[in-house]
Design a protein around this ligand. Sequence first.
Ligand code: NI
Length: 212
Amino acid sequence: MGLKLKVFRPVLAAIAGMALCASASAGTAMPDEGAVGTVGGPMQGEIGGPFTLVDHNGNTVTDADFRGRFMLIYFGYTFCPDVCPTSTVMMAHALEELGEDKKKVVPIVITIDPERDRPEDMKDYVSHFHPRMVGLSGTLKQVAVAIKAYKVYATKVFEEGWGVDEYFVYHSDVTYFMGPDGKYLDHFGSGATPRVMAARMLAHMRARPPDR
Ligand code: NI
């Protein structure tokens, strides 16, 4: 898989050394990681919703701006030394596995750490993974709305002696696949391979083509 992961913000990575980016299960609402999500299943209507955020070019965007395209969404942060880069790489590989159909899907990374991840930081981050990847940040309140809508778990973890801006974010490690109408279709846990992700996305896409 050529997982040559760049370590972003290496200063913190050096400080941590071991715990790095801890990830948490997304909670009891999630089906088994290996389960294939079904359109119209119990998840539908529970995950996702309106958001207003700022893209990596500094433009305000809303969920409605992505209508008509499938969205592959990951919540992470640029200081994350391993879990987020790994999942973002998987996301990019899964997109490529879609072949021509990849054009119907927009890969999106939404920061859970808007206090440190400014739009320019998101721009730098996404540029390492995929040319069409969109990085979204925003105010604390804007990001909190998105985090709540997608039922993402994220909490700061400080170690003794660290400064106020030095922390990890303990967070759920889930990639969401949303339909052209913005509704939940599927999700992938950290164990999902790009091939499995692509197969499941294609199944959904064939059952539900984009509006445009
Ligand atoms: Ni992470």
